[in-house]
Design a binder for this molecule. Structure first.
Ligand code: SIN
Length: 295
């Protein structure tokens, strides 16, 4: 695919969408996110986001206010339950970081260590997330994305037939204690926080509300069981779906560059933080946009 050049009266900039070779993701060239987004540019970014599921904006030296303003163009922002890691003065921004200062973690250091779709454990999960690089390790720290529409298409017909119409439980608490054992700085949740993340039931196969494309909507981080199936059957089926949904041919691996902003569609992809050597500093700022109730 060749880059599409997009110009329109009123647009502040000349925007090009460059599909990233060998992947579904694309790079957006020519857009400065520190400036207010013209409606024509918004429409093109919106379209490219639906088409490519993961958009990469390079060299965005933007402030938290600008990240929040750009994110808000796409919908209401969701506030993460771990208020301990909100950016001061900006509860819409979750700090994703392995940095410890004065004995205190500055952010959620093990965010994304299992494949997941952000906030699938809420009745109204996330439309998309934006992650802005602040400080990057010299080694590792990549983020992987897996296309869940392609996963659905490639599913064997008998499995497709079996899972269509099934529903599964998603819980923020599913692996919380397991993660706390590995990362003791992960805060113990208060009763109030636990009350914010009661388990919910979501369709196993979801219809994208804007493109009508079907996609798998289960993940190893948050999906606990298939409703109505005996435990062993549910575990086996979920393991099979997780394996199908994360096959290497479905993946785009993002290797971060300084000041990258990546905007992905949580209704189309799952993602995973690949991790970096513990002694290397990594810090990113995440905003999460509210989506629709899955169907
Ligand atoms: C996340 O799961 O939102 C964080 C991903 C990352 O740190 O690469």
């Amino acid at each position: 695919m060749s880059p599409s050049v997009l110009e329109a009266p009123g647009a502040q900039t000349r925007v090009e969408i460059h599909p990233l070779p060998g992947s579904f993701a694309a790079e957006v060239v020519g857009l400065d996110l520190s400036r207010p987004l013209a409606d024509d540019d918004f429409r093109r970014i919106h379209r490219a986001h639906l088409d490519h599921h993961v958009l990469v904006f390079r060299d965005q030296r933007i402030t938290p206010e600008q990240q929040v303003a750009f994110s808000r163009r796409f919908g209401e922002l969701q506030i993460h339950v771990l208020h301990q890691f909100h950016l001061k003065g900006h509860p819409e921004i979750l700090i994703v970081s392995n940095i410890v200062e004065n004995g205190q973690p500055v952010g959620l250091g093990d965010a994304g260590h299992f494949w997941h779709s952000d906030l699938s454990y809420k009745e109204v999960p996330s439309l998309g997330s934006m992650l802005l690089a602040q400080e990057l390790p010299e080694e590792g720290g990549d983020t992987l994305f897996a296309d869940q529409h392609a996963a659905w298409i490639a599913l064997p017909p008998a499995l497709k037939q079996r899972v269509r119409g099934l529903r599964a439980e998603h819980s923020y608490l599913a692996r919380y204690e397991e993660l706390r054992e590995r990362s003791p700085w992960r805060p113990k949740l208060s009763d109030e926080q636990v009350a914010q993340v009661v388990p919910v039931v979501q369709p196993v196969v979801r219809t994208h509300p804007e493109t009508a494309r079907l996609g798998l909507f289960v993940s190893e981080h948050f999906t606990t069981r298939i409703v109505g199936l005996p435990d062993d059957e549910s575990r086996t089926l979920l393991a099979e779906l997780f394996a199908y949904g994360t096959r290497p041919e479905l993946q785009y691996r993002h290797h971060w560059q300084p000041h990258d902003m990546v905007f992905w569609d949580n209704r189309s992809v799952t993602h995973l933080a690949a991790g970096c050597p513990e002694h290397m500093r990594r810090r990113l700022h995440r905003t999460t946009i509210e989506g629709d109730r899955p169907y």
